[in-house]
Write a protein that binds this ligand. Structure first.
Ligand code: FE2
Ligand code: FE2
Length: 324
């Protein structure tokens, strides 16, 4: 795909919200100058499947992911593939991850997986890697270069030496605003891998980066944050067009920094509050410890978000051409 064929420079995100706004599924449409080359892929994220005991799991999270899978299987136009944006499990156990892999296996399209911190901090990703493979990889699809990063790593001292047990380490990562968390980062080894990958990519090739945490610094005390985001942005700066899609924040956020668009994917599990509204009302912060404090911020109708990279605008319209 040469550069002229990508002249429209748009990436359209459709948050197709089905059945009275219960299930957030994003359909990303990549638009080319010649529309017959357009393609789409679906994104879902943050299922947080939680084991109660044995084969019993929290029903609400199960139902939400199962419904998202069913909606994607019914989508027209049919997405080429599906991205799962991380946090498949709540406490990272083998049972939760196996259960999640089983539910995702019902998708009729290929799935590309992203690692979330809830998938990682019990066994440091061992069971997840056994199910889904390496957490950082790249692939090409119809002229677009996709890069998947594991953005939820943190410093070795926190990961390996601070906690008396793996269960305690995992528990410390489950809150929204714990002062004992450590900032996420992609890390040196993965940045070196990314540089090699980018060295083999032409600067005119459109790039889509998939990560769990935002590759930008939104709010550190909630870990809506990746500590080496500045370095990653600098590595991506030479490229003509870069879009980052991420999960983790459990709400829709849209930003642009230079040549890079950042668009989040909502959670199937539950919405987190807006960091902007809570920054303005700082006295709310000490109360924010668990999901029962979350304020729903989902819209009730299906709609498109058209991200226009010419003018940086995000236009939201009804989505009559998406059947969910
Ligand atoms: Fe999450
Ligand atoms: Fe997360």
């Amino acid at each position: 795909m040469d550069r002229r064929q990508f002249m429209t420079r748009t990436l359209r995100c459709a948050s197709a919200t089905a059945i009275a706004g219960v299930v957030p599924v994003s359909l990303i449409r990549v638009a080319f100058a010649q529309s017959q080359q357009d393609f789409s892929f679906a994104c879902i994220s943050d299922a947080h499947l939680q084991q109660v005991r044995g084969r019993q799991f929290v029903a609400r999270q199960d139902r939400s992911l199962m419904r998202a899978v069913a909606e994607i299987n019914r989508m027209q136009p049919r997405p080429d593939f599906v991205v799962f944006g991380g946090d498949l499990a709540q406490l990272g156990s083998s049972a939760e991850l196996d259960h999640g892999a089983d539910l995702l296996s019902r998708l009729h399209r290929p799935v590309h997986m992203v690692m979330g911190e809830h998938d990682y901090y019990l066994d440091l990703g061992e069971h997840w890697r056994g199910l889904f493979g390496a957490p950082n990889y790249s692939f090409d699809h119809k002229g677009v270069h996709f890069i998947v990063l594991n953005s939820i790593l943190t410093c070795e001292a926190w990961t390996l030496r601070r906690w008396e047990s793996a269960e305690r380490r995992m528990a410390e990562m489950t809150g929204l605003d714990s002062p004992r968390m450590s900032p996420f980062m992609v890390g040196t080894a993965q940045r070196q891998w990314l540089q090699q990958d980018l060295d083999n990519t032409d600067i005119t090739t459109p790039i889509v980066v998939l990560s769990h945490s935002p590759l930008q610094k939104i709010r550190k005390d909630w870990n809506f944050w990746t500590d080496d985001a500045d370095m990653l942005q600098a590595m991506l700066a030479p490229f003509e067009q870069v879009n980052v899609l991420y999960g983790h924040v459990h709400q829709r956020l849209h930003h642009r920094i230079g040549n890079i668009r950042f668009d989040s994917v909502e959670a199937t599990a539950w919405p987190w509050p807006s960091p902007q509204s809570d920054r303005q009302a700082g006295s709310h912060l000490p109360m924010l410890t668990l999901s029962d404090q979350a304020k729903p911020n989902r819209s009730a109708t299906a709609h498109w978000q058209l991200v226009n990279l010419h003018n940086g605008r995000v236009d939201v319209t009804d989505a009559p051409d998406v059947q969910v």
